[in-house]
Design a protein around this ligand. Structure first.
Ligand SMILES: [Zn+2]
Length: 316
């Protein structure tokens, strides 16, 4: 038996966020500032809403509980997560706590978070990746309108993340014919968007990647990347070399194509302060990613991959 979960409603393409009919008395949750979100809200044509704009990146459970309390009894009809991953994560968790419907609208594209059952929430200052079917959006709205506001480094890292997710998940041990279909199409769209500089295709590619990997898991490339993220390298940036080396290790059909994308995006080689052996010890317990890798990975394999990432230029 195979299973694929998606949001109840997916609305996408040009003007999607403008044409959507928003429920009355929604609570918009965002990480951005009024000068930016007021323009977005004008475009979306939402009337009669409340707004909570004090969400910080890496939201904690305390902030989520605070929002829940603040709006209790105010008859909020829906949450609207408008912005990057943090706004959407807050909505996902709030939706689970209160059973109020959630509408997710990404404004930076890459994670595909609007499509998935995952949320990242901090407990005791530690980020935790949670998975729950109740995190799925009641409506996900993917509109390239928001794209031009994205600074280039964020756009580049997000594009790399989306391509890494799609190509890793394609060969994941828990992939199935339908997730493969989404991952394959996602990669084709993202490759076209990046190599041929058709930026408007990125949101659609990231959305497909979200459905694909969200139901099949990423693998070795993502597992390798977190030791670099821990030292401050952005997630998507770290995946450039990590996923390339992982694809080589796995003999993935996406190795050359993924590398070409990273070359086009001009990522620099990665540095790691932590010793390779210590880094491998950090990576090894990451069963969530490693168990889904198409090939069994040993500690020696991880050290070899890290050596290739840090002491050669895998993108050359
Ligand atoms: Zn990722």
């Amino acid at each position: 038996m195979w299973k694929v979960l998606t949001p109840r409603k997916i609305v996408f393409g040009e003007n999607a966020a403008q044409q959507f009919e928003y429920p009355n008395k929604s609570l918009i949750i965002t990480t951005t500032t009024p000068d930016i979100y007021n323009k977005w809200i004008d475009y979306m044509g939402i009337k009669n809403y409340e707004i909570y704009d004090k969400v910080m990146p890496d939201p904690s459970i305390e902030i989520i509980q605070k929002i829940q309390k603040e709006y209790e009894g105010k008859e909020i009809s829906a949450y609207i997560g408008l912005g990057g991953g943090s706004s959407m994560d807050v909505c996902k968790y709030l939706g689970k706590l209160t059973s109020i419907p959630k509408i997710l609208i990404p404004t930076t594209f890459g994670t595909g978070a609007e499509m998935t059952t995952y949320a990242v929430v901090s407990f005791d200052h530690k980020k935790k990746l949670l998975q729950d079917e109740s995190f799925l959006a009641d409506a996900a709205i993917v509109d390239p309108y928001f794209l031009p506001g994205t600074p280039y480094p964020i756009m580049r890292n997000s594009a790399c993340d989306a391509a890494a997710q799609a190509s890793e998940a394609y060969n994941s041990r828990i992939s199935n014919p339908l997730t493969k279909l989404f991952c394959k199409e996602a990669f084709d769209v993202l490759e076209d968007a990046i190599i041929n500089e058709k930026r408007d295709l990125l949101p659609y590619g990231a959305m497909l990647s979200g459905i694909g990997f969200g139901n099949a898991s990423t693998t070795l490339g993502h597992a390798l990347s977190y030791v670099f993220s821990n030292e401050g390298t952005p997630h998507g940036y770290a995946l450039s070399a990590c996923t390339t080396v992982a694809h080589k290790f796995n003999k993935s059909t996406y190795y050359e194509r993924f590398k070409r994308i990273c070359q086009k995006l001009q990522f620099e080689p990665l540095k790691l302060k932590l010793g390779l052996d210590d880094a491998a010890e950090v990576i090894l317990p990451d069963k969530g990613h490693l168990d889904n890798n198409p090939i069994t990975v040993t500690k020696e394999d991880i050290v070899k991959c890290l050596d290739e990432i840090t002491n050669t230029n895998p993108l050359s």
